[in-house]
Design a protein around this ligand. Sequence first.
Ligand code: BT5
Length: 343
Amino acid sequence: MKTSNVLTDYIEFPGKLPVKHKILYMLLESQDKFLSWNDIGDKAGISGPGVRGNIKNLLDDGFPVETTTERGCRISGKQDILFPSRIHEHLETQVLGRKILYTLSTTSTNDDARLVANGHPGGTLLTCETQTQGKGRLGRQWESPRGGIFLSLILKPEIQPAKVPSLSLVAGYATAKTLQSLGLDALVKWPNDVLVHGRKLAGILCEISAEPDRVAHVIVGIGVNANVSKTRMPGPVRERSTSILDELGKYVDRNVLIAGLLNNFEAYYFRFLESGMQTLIPEIQEIMAYVGSPVIIHNTAFGSVETQHGILRGLDKHGRLLVLASTGEIKTYTAGDVSLRLE
Ligand code: BT5
């Protein structure tokens, strides 16, 4: 099913599955067993040529379908694929992920989410297997090989636009806590990264659409290097990144992980909406990277790059970064145009 305005081929959950996905899930569920051409056609409600056309499409999408004239088709071995219905099974949320838009490949789920935000309720999740133009902050690129998690949430919070930058930190905190529940030593690097052993494992990109005093929507994009080795990243990214697979040496169920992330995020998001950042700050600070360490800040908020050296002190009650400069002055930074690194 195509959703309005989105150019790529998203399926909507809950909703009717397109035939190609019906056949894919049939093959995955039958595990290593062959399904005859007739059985596939009967169950999917299509004729022989239709089955062949859809199997060809699945092969073009990169699924390892084995086809034989006599025995039919199968996909053998365990496949690392997202199932919206499995994400849904593990959700404990009231709002986040109650509606899921899923596609195999797209340019950027954040861009797609922005396109469809007006036509979908707050909490809608967009996710995919790979992105061809994954985005980071400040025009940077997000490497999005298969096996990673790429998701965007459409949020419609009734808050002042000035409070929105804090959401990036809330999402980063939820991501770090979710990774900690897998046994990883995950830390939040202000404002939008999650580090494990000093390397980046996840990143957050929040994009806002607002009028002066009203938020229309916020797109919270989260990328997690899950079942993908950093050896598949280009050189400069490889050196500074890591993944769940690299850290734990095993694959995780990305469906369960996405659901767990949404469950955590919703709990923190609701607390943020009800009581602001203050209540979350002490716990975020507990798992914040670089506190007490010398850091360098690059601030591009005023057009040119302003560089500041200092000691990272932590966060103020709004989630802004506090840095002690050598002059003894405490400098305050708001997420958005600021990059932070260890000196
Ligand atoms: C981020 O930007 O960390 C935000 C990443 C957000 C990605 C999600 S995926 C779903 C949604 N759709 C999108 O198009 N985006 C969001 P930033 O702090 O600017 O970090 C970007 C920098 O991280 C790059 O310049 C690289 O140095 C590095 N990098 C790129 N890909 C990486 C990866 N997969 N893992 C670790 N580091 C990466």
